[in-house]
Design a binder for this molecule. Sequence first.
Ligand code: NAD
Ligand code: TDX
Length: 335
Amino acid sequence: MKILITGGLGFIGTNFIKYWFKNHPNDHIINLDKLTYAANPKNLTEFENSPNYQFVKGDILDEVLVDQLMSQVELVVHFAAESHVDRSIGDPSLFVKTNVLGTYTLLNAALKYNVRFHHISTDEVFGSIAIDSQDQFSESTPYDPSSPYSAAKASSDHFVRAFIKTFKLQATITNCSNNYGPYQHPEKLLPRFISNIVDGKKLPVYGQGLNFRDWLYVEDHCRAIEAVILKGKIGETYCVGGLKGGTRNIDLIKMLLKVMGKDESCIEYVADRPAHDNYSVNWSKIKNELGWEPIYTLETGLQATVDWYVQNQEWWKETKKEAEEFYKILSAKKV
Ligand code: NAD
Ligand code: TDX
C-alpha cells in the first residue's frame, strides 16, 4: 500500500510511521510536513535512505502539492495540525488555517483521486465533563468545543463527515484522548514536567490541578489507528482512550514524581487555563467492533516515557528553550 501521512514529523505522526514500518515493512510512505516549531526533522533519519520512505517539506494548504501527492497514494492518514491549546488561546488564526482549511484541501484532493481518508481527531471536540461526574465521551456525544484548538478540530471533523455524507468519501475518524510517550514536544504537560524535574525546575500546575485527562500511551493510539485503517467501517467514527479513564492532573503529577524519585516540593500552582476542560473516553465501540484495547497501564506507560526523556535529553533541550519562551510571553499577557 502507498500511504500519504501528513504531519509525520510531529509527536504522534513520528510514532505512527515507526510503528507502521515495523509492522508493514513493504508499504510505501510519503510524509508531508511543513516543519513547524512542533516538528523535529531528526525524528525519522533512520528511514532517510529507504526506498519505501519519502519526505516532502510542504503545507497541507498547498493545493498544487497536495493534488500531486494525493494522485500517487491509496490512503491518507491525516495528523497535521496546530495541536497546542495554550497556543490557540494566544493566537487562533493559524489553527483555523491549518486545521480547518488544510483538512478541507486534503479532502478535496482525496475525493478527486478516490483515496481512502483517515482523519486523526481528538476527544476535545466534545467539550468538558462535569468535574464531579462519572460521565464519559462516546461517539454519540454532541460536539461542544471550548478552545480555538478544539473548535478548529471540531470543524475539520464536520467537514470529513459532510464529505462522507454528501460525496460518499471513503473516510473514517478517530477521536482520541491525551497521548503521551516519546517525541512529544516539551510544551505539553508530561514532557514539560519531566524535563523540568531533570533541570531542577518547578512544575507549574494550572489552577488546583483538579482537571482530569484520559491518558493513552502513543503506541496504543498507533495500534488503534491501524485497527481502524485495516478493519474499520467506512463512514464511521471511533472513540479511543486509556485504561484508567479520567485522571486528575495532580494525581498524575504525584505518580510522575514517584517514578522520578522526587518529593512534592517542586509543585507550584499557577493561573488556570481559560475554559479548562475535563476529559474521559468510553472506547467500547472500537473494542467490541475491532477488538482493540490499550496494552499500557498508566504506570507502565509513565515509566517508559520517563526513561525515554531521561535518555534522550539532547532531543528536547533546544525545543524546550523555545517552549519556555512561549510560556513566558503567555504568562506576561495574562498579567
Ligand atoms: P504535533 O503538534 O506534535 O505535530 C503536528 C505536526 O504537523 C508537526 O510535525 C507539524 O510540522 C505538522 N504541521 C502543522 N501544520 C502543518 C501544515 N499546515 N502542513 C503540513 N504539516 C503541518 O501534534 P500531535 O500531538 O502529534 O498531534 C497529531 C494529530 O493528532 C493532530 O491532528 C491532533 O489534533 C491529534 N491528536 C493529538 C492528541 C495528543 O494528545 N497529542 C490527542 C488526540 C488527537
Ligand atoms: O504547564 C502545564 N501545566 C498544567 O497544569 C501544562 C502544559 C498543562 N497543564 C495541564 C492542562 C491540562 O489539564 O495539563 C493538562 C494537559 O495539558 P496539555 O499537555 O497542554 O494537553 P491538553 O490541553 O490536554 O491537549 C492535549 O491532548 C488532546 C493535546 O495537546 C491536544 O492536541 C489533544 O487533542
